[in-house]
Design a protein around this ligand. Structure first.
Ligand SMILES: NC(=O)c1ccc[n+]([C@@H]2O[C@H](COP(=O)([O-])OP(=O)(O)OC[C@H]3O[C@@H](n4cnc5c(N)ncnc54)[C@H](O)[C@@H]3O)[C@@H](O)[C@H]2O)c1
Length: 382
């Protein structure tokens, strides 16, 4: 298949590009390096050194035997995107090109407006261009499990059934958000569903859990590694805990630390995205899948990191700090449904322990790139 990845320079985009190329798909990509710029604005950097795109493309060529067509454009520009769609005529468009951080969207009015402009206009630009140039193409969009909010006792997979006056109705689950970032994904969901209906487009909206780890079959060369961020906006909790342990700092849990979230390792997230691309929905269908493997509390993750740190001769503890976020700290009932991917054949290939162990190896190797100050939260949601 011809697959165009919007956001190919990112954490998941680059990993997916390598995996799809390895499976024989023809990959092309778009990025405007927003992520590199945003991480820099947090006074941080990826723990893994990330080559320039030119160098990445050369290494890609060496491994996969073809030049990946790369376009340096902003997806919110519909005219530039239009030229690419006309040229590439993709079978699938993977849309990852969004501002992905809840904390960043809560940092200031500027970062919040930037998030709204980037994410919502980007998705609309994709929709209009697919309608015009490749209406048979499958759009695979990364949303977030956060659109369901974490405060409700029942989390379905997309739609759910209600009964009014003895009549059964299937309706989309109300879109909520735990941050302005999550709200942009809720708006995306509404726009994507409407677009699929009015223009008969086939769309998969992946309500994505937290992705962690940096291991994949294809990243067998340091020059092929994806990025690994650890600052408070762009670093996920597992990565931040391992980085704190490597610097022998106490692991900082926000508030009580009983927040539950859905997690999935990077290699399995990529396995799932690939399955979804290879098994598209019907024309006119808006398909929602919840993509995560396990639900853990933040305390469980911290305990695992502390336990594995011991194996490396590192002894650290935990510290419950004042929660900088506004969130429920003990959603003990959280147990979202995730059936669709299993139905398509997804099988977990690794474990939290294995991935944390590998993260320790990578972070110890590039320890000189970890900045202590970015591991302490500063953004207050209030
Ligand atoms: N990583 C996770 O744990 C996670 C969890 C839930 C949802 N998601 C979603 O999955 C997607 C991929 O996540 P990620 O962790 O790889 O994020 P990422 O920031 O590493 O990747 C996104 C890429 O898109 C690019 N980009 C952003 N805006 C752009 C624009 N307007 N034009 C062109 N390029 C643009 C960025 O430069 C970056 O390279 C995102 O949409 C994110 O919201 C990720």
């Amino acid at each position: 298949m011809k697959i165009l990845i919007l956001g190919i320079d990112g954490f998941v985009g680059w990993t997916l590009a390598l995996h799809l190329a390895n499976k024989g798909h023809k990959v092309s990509g778009v990025d405007n390096f927003n992520r590199r710029k945003w991480v820099k604005s947090m006074q941080s950097q990826s723990v893994t050194p990330i080559p320039s795109m030119e160098d990445r493309l050369n290494v890609f060529f060496k491994h996969f035997g073809y030049r990946l067509n790369f376009y340096h454009i902003n997806v919110i520009n519909p005219l530039l995107l239009s030229d690419i769609f006309k040229k590439e005529k993709p079978d699938c468009i993977v849309h990852f090109a969004e501002q992905p951080s809840a904390a960043y969207s809560m940092k200031s009015v500027k970062s919040c407006l930037e998030t709204y402009k980037n994410n919502i206009l980007g998705t609309l630009s994709v929709l209009w261009n697919v309608k015009k140039h490749c209406p048979k193409a499958h759009i695979l969009h990364a949303g977030t499990m956060g659109v369901y909010s974490y405060g409700l006792p029942f989390t379905p997979e997309g739609d759910f059934e209600i009964e009014i006056d003895n009549k059964k109705l299937t309706i989309p689950y109300p879109k909520l958000g735990g941050s302005f970032y999550h709200c942009t994904k809720s708006c995306d969901a509404i726009n994507l569903e409407f677009g699929s209906k009015v223009w008969n487009l086939k769309i998969t909206d992946v309500h994505q859990g937290i992705i962690y780890g940096i291991r994949s079959e294809e990243m067998n060369d340091d020059n092929l590694l994806t990025r690994l961020d650890i600052d408070e906006s762009f670093g996920t909790v597992v990565h931040r805990f391992v980085a704190q342990a490597v610097l022998k700092m106490p692991l900082t849990l926000y508030g009580k630390g009983y927040q539950k979230r859905g997690f999935i390792p990077l290699s399995d997230a990529v396995q799932c995205f690939t399955l979804l691309l290879e098994n598209p929905p019907k024309q006119g269908e808006y398909r929602v899948v919840n993509q995560f493997e396990n639900v853990y509390t933040i305390t469980h993750v911290a305990n695992k990191v502390i336990q594995i740190a011991n194996e490396f001769g590192i002894h650290v503890g935990k510290s419950n700090i004042k929660n900088p976020r506004v969130e429920l700290e003990d959603n003990y009932w959280y147990n979202p449904i995730h059936r669709e991917l299993k139905r398509l054949g997804y099988r977990p290939s690794t474990t939290l322990e294995k991935e944390i162990r590998y993260l320790f190896k990578i972070m110890m190797k590039f320890k000189y790139r970890i900045k202590r100050e970015v591991l302490i939260p500063r953004i207050s949601w209030k």
